[in-house]
Design a protein around this ligand. Sequence first.
Ligand SMILES: C[S@@+](CC[C@H](N)C(=O)[O-])C[C@H]1O[C@@H](n2cnc3c(N)ncnc32)[C@H](O)[C@@H]1O
Length: 423
Amino acid sequence: MKTIGKVFYMKPLADYYIIIEIITNVLRGKNLVNEFNYQVDRVLNVGKVKDITFGVFRNYNILASIFALLVPKKINEIQLKSIILIGLYEIKYTNKVEYAVTNDLVNITSRLYKNNQIKNFINAVLRNYLRSQKELDIKLSSDFEYKYNFPLWMINKLTHDYKDNYQDIIASLNGKPKLGIRVNQRKIKLLDYLALLDSSNIKYNKVNDFIYLMELSNYKLLPKFEQGYVSIQDIHAQELINFVDIENGCRVLDACSAPGGKACQILENKSVDITCLDIDNSRLDKLRQNLIRLNLTANIKCGDARNNDWWDHKLYDYVIADVPCSASGTIKKNPDIKYIRTVDDITNFVKLQRDIVHNLWKMLKSNGILIYITCSIFIDENKNNIDYFLDKYRNMQLLDEKVLLPQDYADGFYYAKLKKLAI
Ligand SMILES: C[S@@+](CC[C@H](N)C(=O)[O-])C[C@H]1O[C@@H](n2cnc3c(N)ncnc32)[C@H](O)[C@@H]1O
């Protein structure tokens, strides 16, 4: 296989090589957001690269259904699949003139492979699509993955979990995301920060006192970002502060803490002694950077919430368990989840979530509160887990729960407030 790195970049097409590389890496199992962020400084037109790479995965089930009809035989070369998916995406979802899509991609294939057979193959597949677009649409109209633009197992799961509104949920998750922001009110009053946004011509909207940006701009352009006046945080992720009234002076464990969105939100609003634990030290580095930027302090520990070797054996008043999950509520921001996740992942996440909570429950004082959070909308990771815990622990009481379904302006989240009874 010829690798993209060795190819001479022709300026107008240069971004396509990076787009192909990102999509191919994601098709091989890498994370889309990470791949995009890794390449972003090399690209000429960030908007275009983001639109195509995220657009391909946002529309993956539709494009993959078309691909399967156009290329019925298995092809081993994943990079060719990427090139075809890009072509299908641009023809179906962008204003780019159709012949220019085909010409550019055939050109790039020819430079990548220097093999006429491969070049002709890409040319034939894309031109075949141009000829048969309507016919394929009709053929696929009864295909569920095509119709809902979602993997079948997720459609089945959502139909089971939300039989009255699964279609709305899917439609919302297939939309483009908005960026929530959190104003650090230790540094600036909300209204004063909104005035700064106005004067920088950054369009935003409010939901209660939460703010989101109308367009996904580069967050580094937000006024006073580096000085810690503002952070990026989804509006539903910020709901924690309304959901639980953490008392000043308490001992708090944020058990799955990185990159620290919720810990920093707590510290901006409360004076508490907080321990931030995470299993992933590179993610903890992001938390460290956030604390420095926001001028906040926390005890940081790298360790596994399923065991005690990092613990000082002093009980906590509050434990925040923002557990690892399928992140199905964040598909708008991470559309590759539709491609990458499998039904077995849910079983594995549920086990991990249970193991974490079993261990953390021991670290909570009597009358202490554990907040269980996921950014998943699957009931197995949410309500069903809570029912399982309530069944296991006689000293556990469910005080409150909140199902926040994905909205135009926010991701899907689940919150449960569990009290440890003194019995
Ligand atoms: C949903 S994210 C946390 C988001 C974070 N609370 C925030 O608000 O920014 C889940 C985190 O759990 C961490 N994690 C996964 N397994 C873990 C484990 N066994 N022990 C501790 N942390 C774990 C992941 O590294 C990830 O950073």
